[in-house]
Design a binder for this molecule. Structure first.
Ligand SMILES: [Zn+2]
Length: 270
């Protein structure tokens, strides 16, 4: 699944390619991907210029000259920017024809991704973005609020870090890496987390996500970024998918926590 760092890499490439182009045609081959009524979506997006591509947590925001559409890649969503005459695969569900002879393809093997149009004033204050917690790499988080939200939960801290309404942008890979960097066991009950540990979690999230973005994300398992970008952050992972602790050489443990495979060092993480 693409996480914040991978979505940021996609955003950056899309922004460089699409800025200033006009959407001259839209085709949708699998209706549920576009949440709006297709005629409504088309009336809002067709013939509009793409001003820029932004990102908020794991969402891409295509800012148009009037309004925006928000795209969530979910498990397998990918964008491809290709010449108009390029053949397309059966996994391409949405095609945006562009004013420069190229087209933007949205492909999604699992079909879980979603695209929705928003008027400018509703982008951040309606769902899905209104329900998104502070970004994990935002250095200006409100520690008291975050402390309240986290310690209010009687769940393992790993599970709470994956709750996008509390902290957004940490997925399974980076949550494991952040907890390792903090020396916190993923099983620790969230209500036992201290104010100091909140700072530790946020400082390490900032460091790890920014380093992952610099290295164009992580390319493991099924998800590889589209647009010819392969990430290198897998070379910097300390625990996720690993077997030996890089700090103390103990064998790492692997457990399911709320259904998500979690890697941790039983010696370094308490
Ligand atoms: Zn260790």
């Amino acid at each position: 699944m693409p996480e914040l760092a991978e979505v940021e890499v996609v955003r950056n490439v899309l922004n460089n390619s699409l800025k200033g182009l006009v959407i001259t045609g839209i085709e949708c081959r699998y209706k549920p991907i576009i949440e709006d009524d297709f005629a409504y979506f088309t009336s809002k997006v067709l013939n509009k210029r793409i001003v820029e591509i932004k990102r908020y947590a794991k969402y891409l925001i295509f800012i148009l000259e009037d309004g925006a559409f928000i795209s969530h890649l979910r498990m397998e969503g990918k964008y491809f920017y290709v010449l108009e005459n390029e053949e397309i695969s059966k996994h391409v569900h949405v095609i945006f024809h562009l004013s420069n002879g190229y087209k933007l393809l949205y492909a999604d093997v699992r079909k879980f991704g979603r695209i929705v149009y928003k008027p400018t004033e509703d982008i951040y204050n309606t769902l899905p973005l209104s329900n998104i917690g502070v970004e994990a790499n935002n250095p200006e988080y409100n520690r008291t609020e975050l402390f309240k939200a986290i310690t209010n939960k009687r769940l393992p801290i790993k599970t709470v870090l994956l709750d996008q309404s509390i902290i957004s942008g940490l997925g399974n890979i980076y949550a494991d890496e952040v907890l390792f960097a903090c020396g916190i066991s993923p099983f620790t009950e969230a209500k036992c987390i201290t104010l100091e540990q909140i700072d530790l979690i946020m400082n390490n999230s900032l460091k790890i996500l920014n380093k992952a973005i610099e290295n164009k994300g992580t390319t493991i398992r099924s998800y590889t970024s589209s647009l010819g970008v392969a990430g290198n952050y897998q070379n910097f992972l300390c625990v996720h998918t690993k077997t030996i602790c890089p700090r103390c050489n103990t064998a790492l443990s692997k457990s399911k926590i709320n259904g998500r495979t979690s890697y941790y060092c039983p010696n370094c993480q308490k």
